[in-house]
Write a protein that binds this ligand. Structure first.
Ligand code: SF4
Length: 473
């Protein structure tokens, strides 16, 4: 029997039809929807006189357009000040109500960012195919699932047929062995990977993250890494199932129970790459060499360690890359040779589907505890990824730790990750952000994003600039 990778196994288990031209139809187990990419899909269904084919496979929640201040959230959808956001969220509610779709609505305690609530609720499980009209659906690959983002027309197609037209990707293994040092986080690992392979490094591939570093990593850490597989050019990232996966899934609301649980766990144990499976591409890093990372430019590959300086485009031999670096430095208002620790910051954002889970909240709180936000930081906001994360953090007193330090504690949502709600950067402002994209204007027109871990963002809020958080731990 041919040895298979984890991706091969997931693909084969869901293959409905393979065509000679390479295209295929795969079955979709879980469809997560939100307010941004679903309205046109539902409209298309209505125009065609169709209904969702398997309503119980769908879970909905609003995330991009929800405000994060307690005042604006108090009256639910009617309290949303921005008219476009209000329509988006109301339309999701209406569509879910009319088709009988389960939705964690704006003030449901389970509401949150789509990629946080999927694993948290147990709606996304090992061995599943998971799609959502949002590229960071790759997050769910941490469970040993095949998960990726889809476009609006594909959302409609999956709603109507429960299937997706897809093409099998290449197998890529990113292997990180060694042991991470103190203060070095999953975010640093994935930023170091992207810095090494570039934002096109995973093009056409499904990445499996393997090696000791991932075996030792918590599920939430694995989610952070898989979340950013998309920034490395891959459509999906995944980690093999092990005891950490099983323990995480157990007793979650949507997870199987009783004898179904026993059967499911037996099946999930097979979700590892065979020992002699062959990968098309293999990349290796030594985890012991990684130190906290900070992005300096306008692409997630424009990253250096906090101990480094802003790179000099003149030293880049590739003319296209050199032009990109020069443009990025102009946009970011930085100079070649400037030390990363000299970059002065205006705002701090701790949140997003990359880093808004309870472990992220705990890690950031541990750094700011007993300290005060720098006066030069205009605003530092901490946005939990879901209502349940918020509840847990408050039960542990983390909200108080943040507010005592001068940081703001917000309601769950995408918030300042992408400037589709009231949380935005002003033009020219530098932000230490735990999100996943630092493109021009991503956090607001003219805003300057630096991608970092929650620990690094928390330290930056206190110092007003980047510091090597390892020195504080
Ligand atoms: S937090 Fe950011 S990247 Fe994640 S789903 Fe929301 S907007 Fe997209």
């Amino acid at each position: 029997m041919t040895a298979k990778t984890l991706y091969d196994k997931l693909w084969d288990a869901h293959l409905v039809k393979q065509r000679d031209d390479g295209s295929a139809l795969i079955y979709i187990d879980r469809h997560i929807i939100h307010e941004v990419t679903s309205p046109q899909a539902f409209e298309g269904l209505r125009l065609a006189g169709r209904k969702p084919w398997r309503v119980d496979s769908i879970l909905a929640t609003p995330d991009h357009n929800v405000p994060t201040t307690t005042v604006e959230r108090a009256s639910g959808v009617s309290g949303i000040a921005d008219p476009v956001s209000k329509i988006q969220v109301q339309t999701l509610d209406d569509n879910c109500d009319s088709f009988g779709i389960t939705e964690f609505k704006i003030n449901d305690r389970r509401q949150g960012i789509v990629h946080v609530i999927g694993p948290e609720s147990g709606a996304c499980l090992p061995g599943m195919t998971v799609v959502c009209g949002d590229s960071h659906t790759a997050t769910n690959g941490a469970l040993g699932a095949l998960a990726h983002g889809i476009g609006t027309s594909e959302v409609e197609h999956v709603l109507a047929t429960q299937c997706l037209v897809a093409k099998k990707m290449k197998n890529m293994l990113v292997k990180v062995d060694g042991v991470l040092g103190k203060g070095v986080t999953p975010k640093d690992v994935v930023l170091a990977i992207i810095a090494k392979i570039g934002t096109a490094g995973g093009n056409g591939c499904a990445i499996e993250f393997g090696g000791q570093v991932f075996r030792d990593m918590s599920m939430e850490g694995r989610m952070t890494v898989c979340n950013m597989a998309i920034e490395a050019g891959a459509r999906a990232g995944m980690v093999a199932v092990d005891d950490i996966t099983i323990d995480y899934v157990k007793d979650r609301d949507f997870a199987p129970k009783g004898n179904d649980w026993v059967l499911a766990v037996n099946a999930w144990r097979e979700l590892v790459s065979d020992a002699d499976a062959v990968f098309d591409v293999v990349v290796e890093l030594n985890g012991s060499d990684i130190i906290p990372q900070v992005s300096w430019g306008t692409s997630p590959e424009m990253v250096v360690s906090v101990a480094d300086s802003v790179p000099d485009p003149a030293a880049e031999k590739d003319a296209v890359k050199q032009t990109g670096m020069t443009r990025a430095l102009e946009y970011m208002g930085l100079s070649a040779g400037q030390k990363m620790t000299d970059i002065q910051l205006d705002r701090v954002f701790i949140g997003s589907c990359t880093n808004s889970r309870i472990e992220d909240m705990r890690a950031a709180a541990a750094v700011v505890k007993g300290r005060k936000k720098a006066d030069s930081i205009k605003e530092a906001i901490v946005v939990p990824g879901s209502g349940l994360v918020k509840e847990q953090a408050e039960a542990e007193g983390l909200d108080k730790v943040f507010t005592d330090a001068g940081l703001e504690w917000r309601e769950p949502g995408c918030s300042m990750c992408l400037a589709m709600n009231a949380d935005k950067l002003g033009a020219g402002e530098h932000c230490a952000s735990t999100s996943n994209r630092n493109f021009e204007g991503r956090q607001g027109y003219g805003g300057r994003t630096h991608l970092v871990s929650p620990e690094m963002a928390a330290a930056a809020a206190i110092a007003g600039r980047f510091v090597d958080v390892r020195e504080w731990l």
